[in-house]
Write a protein that binds this ligand. Structure first.
Ligand code: BMA
Length: 366
């Protein structure tokens, strides 16, 4: 039986046997998004995601209808990842040159094909305008949450963010539900909101203030994702957790570095972190995910089937994973294969595997 049909049947059976069966007919788009993610977890499948997938690829930019993923396996990713860096300035394109108007359009197209959208935000800081990687002022987060002028500038940024989320609508004008993953990789030391340059309380306050403004601006179409960089234990994972009432999805970002020699380190890091993520997700009734992962340049050509898939099989179930972008202007910066790349073959096997879900599979979830 084909994979998509199996998913349609399995999810219909799961829905009928669940006490929520009656919510299915009139469910809001947020419930439907949650339902898809939960279906993946409950059936130990994983939705595949790719950053900026339909707006550029390894050798092209801007064309409509293209996707390196679709050109290798015949379908779009189940999850499209986007970044909102630049929205806070009122820019028309994001930090990687993608027009926000195009993101809006592609997010609607992805929702229409039954897929999911997730957003990160590499914003410029509202104090000195430095980019996300500018850590020259180690007091920025503290200023934002305590100093009236800095806070007002932050709130202005948040209003712009809110109006973007409120503008995400389908063809009938109904808001599209999406995942938002702010203040990511804060356990690392490369963003101005990172662990070494902000206190625990100040970091949490960034979240609290964000949630307050977005709520008051009427943003009601978001599942919120928490995604530290790799962690070794539960205390580290939860140190800056903003609270159960602020978060719907528990994630983690873990990359594979150093090719073959880094495989064992990567596998151990994923197993450790997903063990923590899934345990906490179960305990707190949240949805687990591998919010960013990948091997840059796919220097291990069967990485998808020799490293990623076997590792995921040995981890507790997650809902989705995202690999980062295939940059059109940085030839080494890609994480999904493109047509003609040696990793194509392994990626096809990954696509065919019963465990993985792409857009058509996501659409078939009832
Ligand atoms: C990074 C790289 C950068 C990019 C940023 C935001 O990991 O891909 O080139 O600007 O993400 O998308």
């Amino acid at each position: 039986m084909n994979k998509t049909l199996t998913i349609a049947i399995m999810s219909a059976v799961m829905t009928l046997s669940s006490c929520n069966a009656s919510t299915n007919k009139n469910e809001s788009s947020l419930d439907s998004l949650r339902h898809k993610l939960e279906y993946a977890v409950n059936s130990h499948k994983v939705m595949y995601g790719h950053h900026d997938d339909p707006v550029y690829g390894h050798t092209w930019v801007g064309n409509e209808g293209r996707s390196d993923v679709k050109e290798t396996v015949g379908d779009y990713p189940a999850v499209m990842s986007w970044d909102l860096g630049g929205i806070e300035l009122g820019d028309s394109v994001n930090l990687d040159g993608v027009p926000f108007e195009r993101i809006r359009k592609e997010a609607a197209a992805q929702a229409a094909r039954g897929g999911i959208n997730t957003f990160s935000w590499h914003l410029r800081n509202p104090v000195n305008g430095g980019d996300s990687w500018d850590m020259s002022d180690t007091l920025i987060v503290h200023k934002i949450v305590t100093d009236a002028t800095a806070k007002a500038a932050y709130i202005e940024q948040l209003h712009k963010l809110a109006s973007f989320f409120n503008s995400l609508t389908d063809a009938n004008g109904k808001k599209i539900a999406v995942i938002f993953r702010p203040w990511h990789e804060h356990t690392g030391n490369w963003f101005w909101w990172g662990r070494n340059v902000s206190s625990v309380d100040d970091y949490k306050n960034l979240w609290h203030e964000m949630r307050r403004v977005l709520n008051s601006d009427g943003v009601d179409n978001i599942l919120w994702a928490y995604s530290p960089d790799r962690v070794n234990n539960t205390d580290e994972y939860l140190e800056r957790y903003p609270g159960d009432e602020y978060v719907d999805i528990l994630g983690v970002d873990i990359y594979h570095f150093d090719g073959e020699s880094g495989t064992e380190r990567y596998v151990t890091a994923v197993k450790t972190a997903l063990g923590i993520v899934c345990e906490q997700a179960k305990k707190r009734n949240k949805i687990p995910a591998l919010t960013e992962t990948g091997l840059e340049s796919l220097t291990i050509s069967d990485w998808y089937t020799s490293v990623l898939l076997p590792t995921l099989r040995e981890c507790p179930a997650i809902s989705y994973l995202v690999v980062w972008r295939n940059a059109h202007n940085k030839p080494e910066h890609f994480y999904a294969p493109y047509k003609g790349h040696p990793a194509e073959q392994s990626f096809k096997v990954f696509y065919d595997d019963d465990m993985t879900m792409f857009a058509a599979d996501a659409k078939s979830i009832k």
